[in-house]
Design a protein around this ligand. Structure first.
Ligand code: URA
Length: 191
């Protein structure tokens, strides 16, 4: 009798990580979340996008970037020839902060190891930090987005580029050209 195929160690580690995230009670957000939001897409992807935290729709659906901002994010990806399914999308926080307030330092610290493990298992070729809050937390800086975009950074030895958050672009349509520049810059780093 042929043994059932077993998942590789890396696949098993990914599944284990998903379970750990789903059960996490490391910070107070576990009391108010509907569910954790691990991330979506292929964990074999070259591109990893990291946003801030789940919002209301994401908390209800268990998937990052599913609201209006998510639709614009999909368009931004399409503009550089990528389908949503071809990338992996996660957030700095796996749980929604109440009323979408900014993540607190203790919450980011409690959640950081999950993101670190996701990056280590995926080994993406490029990371896009989506928006100011994600960028500042990932790069451990208070610098404004204007100073962070258009430059090459790195996270866990992987090139990182900062892009405008689609929710911001929905409010500030005149900034869309900058978002386009950011995406072109990201493409120049990895294609
Ligand atoms: N904004 C984010 O930063 N992440 C989401 O998942 C949704 C909106």
């Amino acid at each position: 009798v042929q043994a059932a195929p077993t998942a590789s160690n890396a696949e098993q580690a990914w599944i284990k990580l998903q379970q750990q995230v789903a059960e996490c009670r490391a910070c107070g957000l576990c009391e108010t979340r509907t569910q954790t939001v691990f991330g979506v897409g292929s964990h074999h992807a070259s591109w990893m996008l990291i946003g801030e935290a789940p919002g209301q729709n994401e908390d209800l659906q268990g998937e990052p970037f599913v609201g209006k901002a998510g639709q614009l994010l999909n368009e931004m990806l399409r503009a550089i020839g990528l389908a949503r399914e071809e990338v992996f999308i996660a957030n700095v926080l796996k749980c929604r902060p109440p009323a979408n307030r900014d993540p607190q330092a203790a919450e980011v610290a409690a959640c950081h190891d999950f993101l670190r493990q996701q990056i280590a298992l995926m080994q993406p070729k490029i990371i896009l930090a989506v928006g100011r809050i994600a960028a500042q937390n990932l790069l451990n800086t208070q610098q404004p987005l204007a100073k962070l975009r258009g430059r090459l950074h790195s996270l866990e030895n992987i090139p990182l580029v900062v892009v405008h958050h689609p929710a911001y672009l929905l409010r500030a349509l005149t900034e869309k050209a900058k978002a386009w520049d950011d995406l072109q810059f990201a493409l120049s780093v990895y294609q």
